[in-house]
Design a protein around this ligand. Structure first.
Ligand code: BGC
Length: 318
């Protein structure tokens, strides 16, 4: 399979930030995002369009769960920043291939790899394959995660186990393989001053309790201590570990929360910045956290949430 940059005419690397779909749905959503602000006399809350700097040239990244949603946004942003990317996916090869195509249009090499991150054997084999094909891995973005919600009393053990398996155990298995590769290889002078970077994609629900989602919130709370304990352990080896905790992002995991005017208005009550996040918002933060610009940032959680963790209810109460 071709993993080189796409040089097809018309598919030249974009000079802007991560690409945005410009279709009709996007236009409808833009109006929905704008209307409630206009009514309230507030300025439009539009996402950034400035170009992503080439901070990751020569680096190799693996992003789990990257065929859609936040993971896809991250993979594309890393490609814009000059990294070659491996796109892990669990089910849809069509979506993964499309994400890889888009990464190639940024001028990067991209490959796709199907693996269930809850399987130790599949994770080991994914790392072996990606390292063989890209040469090494400098950046792991531990993104894959699921939700399977239920009221506490009716939550099944299977729902509990599945969410913990993907969101926590899967991130452990991938981080362990990454650390093994970073320790084996050491620092690559001229590429990065760190031997490797691991970025855990968590959630505001590693902090905000979430009724009806105890399996999800518990997995993200666990992730916070997985990341911090790992960061403490691997720091002397020049391996950096940090988390990004997204708030409400416009992806398929939470369509119900943003896809109608009523739901969107209700959601905005929880977001002081008054706009839903885009996968590109997380992509941009990931680029910075993976780059040497943040070399002294270690063991922290960066909340990329439009202020969701600021207890917005207290803006007019308390
Ligand atoms: C969840 C979304 C939710 C958001 C804010 C995320 O971690 O996956 O479903 O909208 O947190 O509550």
């Amino acid at each position: 399979m071709n993993i080189g940059p796409d040089t097809t005419p018309g598919n030249a690397p974009s000079s802007g930030g991560a690409a945005r779909p410009a279709d009709e749905t996007q236009e409808l959503f833009r109006r929905l995002r704008w209307e409630h602000l206009r009514e309230a006399g507030l300025p439009e809350a539009a996402p950034p369009v400035c170009p992503i700097l080439k901070l990751l040239k020569g680096q190799k990244a693996l992003v789990t769960g990257a065929s859609s949603g936040i993971g896809r946004g991250i993979a594309i942003a890393l490609a814009h920043a000059g990294a070659d990317v491996a796109i892990n996916y669990a089910s849809s090869s069509t979506d993964a291939d499309a994400a890889a195509e888009e990464a190639r249009r940024c001028g990067s090499a991209a490959l796709v790899h199907k693996a269930d991150i809850t399987s130790e054997a599949q994770v080991e084999s994914m790392f072996a394959t990606v390292i063989e094909r890209l040469g090494t891995i400098d950046i792991l973005v531990n993104n894959a995660g699921i939700q399977d919600d239920a009221p506490f009393e009716s939550m099944t053990l299977d729902q509990w186990n599945r969410v913990l398996a993907v969101n926590l155990t899967g991130q452990f298995l991938c981080a362990r393989e990454a650390v093994r590769e970073f320790r084996r290889r050491g620092i690559r002078p001229g590429i990065s001053c760190a031997a490797g970077k691991i970025i855990f994609i968590s959630s505001v629900h590693d902090l905000i309790p979430w009724a009806g989602h105890v399996n999800y919130a518990a997995s993200k709370g666990g992730l916070a201590m997985l990341m911090r304990s790992l960061a403490q352990e691997v720091a002397p080896h020049r391996i950096r570990a940090n988390s990004i905790s997204p708030g409400a992002l416009r992806t398929g995991i939470n369509t119900d929360a943003w896809s109608t005017p009523e739901a969107y208005r209700e959601l905005m009550r929880l977001i002081p910045c008054r706009r839903i996040g885009e996968p590109d918002d997380i992509g941009r933060a990931t680029v910075w956290l993976a780059s040497d610009d943040s070399d002294y940032v270690h063991g922290t959680t960066l909340y990329v949430d439009g202020g969701m963790t600021l207890y917005p209810g207290f803006a007019s109460g308390g």
